[in-house]
Design a protein around this ligand. Structure first.
Ligand code: ATP
Length: 322
């Protein structure tokens, strides 16, 4: 069956650049003769028929906006067999032939289950965490890192003035990508990643004391959310080094803000690519970036792919922290 009507939704955690992807799906879709329906609040909105037809102007003036105009939600009901059947029946009522899901791997698991009932699903990676195995890049990652970097620069100013140590906890769920890159870009003394074992004395306290002996005036430790415990780590640093240490947990500020150029362009490219996949008759694919080029991967295979942290960057971060 050829696709005539595309549904698009954003699911899981929001990410800056999702709007660029929605806009691209809508405009590329309409340009190529599809009817495009915007589904509000992720799978929850699909279950309840919170759906509207999107026009070219529905996505005007959104490319620069953070968050997602379609809004997002986490739906418990959609994870059940009854929920999936209800979503299928609602899709039939609205005539949805294919569903484009912008979200993380939890959203793909939902999409995969939905595909087992016959829906054609296409996934676009949208999460600040960059934790999806089949792609080098996820929409929102660049903006989140720039937000963290801006915070690091501000914290550095006050940390220097008072000769203090700052411990900054950043997002990323179980992945350390944001922490690693922002640690390097922000000149951190130590970066604590969920992918790496760490010993507080060897990996944090010693580099700080060594740095002090070499004349450093301030110290920055980045802790990934997947490790957590920034407050406890700060306390331990202060006790062991006598350097006044403050913990900052950046939190949801990292999810907001106007998307960077990279997120707008990646969102636009991935959104358009998803529509092209449907035009090519493809079914149940995830859009990804591999070696800098857009690719599409079977959803089952995509879900089985693992991503490991970049060891070269980890080593570089240690050398440059000297
Ligand atoms: P982020 O990485 O930003 O949190 P995500 O897409 O991984 O995004 P989740 O909350 O894990 O976010 O998933 C979003 C939605 O996908 C869930 O609310 C649920 O409705 C659906 N979902 C998640 N896991 C499953 C699953 N195993 N089966 C069916 N549906 C699922």
């Amino acid at each position: 069956m050829s696709v005539k009507t595309i549904g698009v939704l954003t699911s899981g955690g929001d990410a800056p650049g999702m709007n660029a992807a929605v806009r691209a799906v809508v405009r590329m879709g309409i340009y190529n003769g599809f009817k495009v329906l915007g589904i509000h609040k992720g799978y929850e909105g699909l279950l309840h028929g919170d759906i509207e037809e999107m026009k070219i102007r529905s996505v005007g003036d959104i490319i620069q906006r953070g968050g997602t105009i379609l809004q997002t939600a986490r739906s418990q009901e959609f994870t059940t067999e009854a929920g999936l059947q209800k979503a299928l029946s609602m899709s039939k009522i609205f005539g949805i032939d294919a569903l484009i899901v912008i979200g993380g791997d939890g959203s793909y698991r939902g999409a995969r289950d939905f595909s087992h009932l016959g829906m054609n699903v296409i996934g676009i990676p949208g999460t600040i965490d960059n934790d999806i195995g089949c792609t080098e890049y996820t929409i929102g990652y660049d903006t989140a890192m720039n937000t963290v970097l801006d915070a690091i620069d501000k914290i550095r100013d006050t940390s220097y003035s008072h000769e203090r140590c700052s411990v900054l906890e950043v997002m990323g769920r179980h992945a350390g990508w944001i922490a690693l890159n922002c640690g390097i870009a922000g000149g951190a003394e130590a970066i604590v990643l969920p992918e790496k074992e760490f010993d507080i004395d060897k990996d944090i306290i010693f580099p700080i004391i060594e740095g002090r002996n070499r004349g450093k005036k301030h110290y920055l430790v980045i802790v990934a959310e997947g490790v957590g415990g920034a407050v406890e780590i700060a306390k331990c640093i202060e006790e062991k080094t006598d350097i006044i240490t403050r913990a900052t947990i950046l939190g949801h500020i990292q999810r907001g803000g106007s998307p960077t150029l990279r997120d707008r362009v990646m969102g636009s490219r991935m959104g358009a690519y998803a529509v092209e996949l449907l035009m090519a008759g493809k079914r149940n694919r995830i859009v990804g970036l591999q070696n800098g080029a857009l690719v599409d991967i079977d959803i089952e295979e995509a879900l089985s792919m693992k991503k490991s942290i970049d060891e070269e960057l980890v080593n570089l971060s240690k050398i440059l922290a000297l």
